[in-house]
Design a protein around this ligand. Structure first.
Ligand code: 9MR
Length: 380
């Protein structure tokens, strides 16, 4: 651990010597290569408006071993406002992943925020038929190309007042919370090679809200595992926030609980919000980097963590600076949540992440085959 800290300080030193030192670090440390040293992978969520333009284009080529479509594979994006189905952007993201020889994460087959608005007042029969048809079309269209599908996204709301902990939404009302495992069963039957994940946020930090959410998610997953639902992975979004506490030991306890259920772990949407951190950009960047480092050091010490995916590439294409409706900085400045600044230059966060990946304490161990699912298939 001591060597790792010294190594990190050297890295931070080199990150402060100016542009040349930083660029040097970027060239010699390709993040997916660093992750592969411990059997893991590293990548980014991409938005088609940015993926083909500099600096994102080059950064993806240098660092991406996993690609997630930020929005392009969501139901609302496929269907558009005019109805019909348009897979152009989703196909473009899948093609990009092939070009980059990167793994492709499918995001997401069922999510209350991406259900077409026309179905808000549908009957349960119509809704179930349409949700099932959408899942069917997506899984078959990308069959053989998806490493992991986020089958179901964000159905827990620990403060909903419901006994089952489910969020009140079009999905819990019209699909039915007790029928969530059926989505996994359908996906498994259509593409038995793809890993299947439940994906959610607000479980990574150390405060009562995250604690309630961790308990509710664990309770739901225990029920599904008991029913032998074909779920392989917990996707932790990890939209971290500097205004919340972090505890590595608390996070690792949660990881152990997920491992005990036989689940692998993927970090699926990592970024760090600096909405309340005062100070100069340098100070803010140092705080952001320190949280990245603490969080990823914990992740890299756990054998169940398989991959780390950033939500966007630079501070310019980050969803947080593109129209996020939540907290804004009081000084009106954009946030600095990703690894690269708006020009694509690596920030101290890049150095922190590269160092964490490089110094991983434990290798990823693929969970044993469950429910006939060929996890860690040699194809990938
Ligand atoms: O970053 C995405 C943003 O561009 C979209 O407008 C929004 C609604 O589709 O979804 C954002 O991505 C979310 C992801 O799909 C699920 N977890 C939270 C992400 C950030 O809100």
């Amino acid at each position: 651990m001591r060597t790792r800290r010294r190594d990190f300080l050297q890295w931070m030193g080199s990150a402060c010597v100016g542009q040349t030192g930083v660029a040097g670090a970027q060239e010699s440390h390709r993040l997916d290569e660093e992750a592969r040293r411990s059997g893991r992978r590293f990548g980014f969520a991409v938005h088609p408006d940015y993926a083909g333009r500099e600096p994102v284009k080059t950064l993806l080529r240098q660092h991406a071993g996993v690609i997630t479509a930020e929005n392009a594979m969501k139901w609302r994006s496929i269907e558009g406002i005019l109805g019909g189905r348009d897979y152009t952007q989703a196909d473009a993201v899948a093609t990009l992943a092939t070009e980059l020889k990167a793994l492709l994460r499918g995001h997401t087959l069922a999510w209350h925020q991406s259900t077409p608005r026309r179905l808000t007042n549908a009957t349960t029969d119509v809704f179930r038929q349409e949700q099932g048809a959408h899942l069917h079309d997506m899984v078959l269209r990308y069959k053989g190309r998806i490493h992991t599908w986020d089958v179901l996204n964000e159905v827990i709301d620990a403060d909903s007042g419901r006994n089952d902990g489910f969020r009140g939404s079009v999905l819990s009302t019209l699909w039915g919370g007790e029928r969530y495992p059926a989505l996994f069963e359908q996906a498994r039957a259509l593409d038995p090679q793809a890993k299947l994940a439940y994906n959610d946020y607000g479980m990574e930090q150390d405060d009562p809200w995250c604690e309630r959410r961790r308990s509710a998610v664990l309770r739901m997953l225990e029920g599904w595992v008991k029913r032998q639902a074909p779920i392989d992975v917990m996707g932790l979004q990890a939209h971290l926030d500097l205004s919340r506490r972090f505890s590595a030991s608390r996070l690792l306890k949660f990881f152990d609980e997920l491992k005990a259920l036989g689940l692998g772990i993927q970090i699926t949407e990592l970024d760090v919000r600096d909405s309340t951190t005062d100070g100069e950009v340098q100070t803010r960047d140092a705080s952001v980097a320190a949280l990245y480092r603490e969080f990823l050091d914990a992740c890299m010490s756990h054998s169940s963590v398989e991959m780390v995916v950033m939500w966007n590439v630079t501070d310019a294409d980050s969803w947080i600076n593109r129209g996020f409706a939540g907290t804004r900085r009081a000084d009106g400045q954009p946030m600095r949540p990703t690894l690269f600044d708006t020009q694509g230059q690596p920030k101290p966060a890049f150095t922190a992440v590269a160092s964490s990946l490089r110094n991983a304490d434990s290798n990823f161990e693929c969970p044993p085959i469950r429910n006939g699912s060929p996890l860690c298939s040699p194809k990938f």
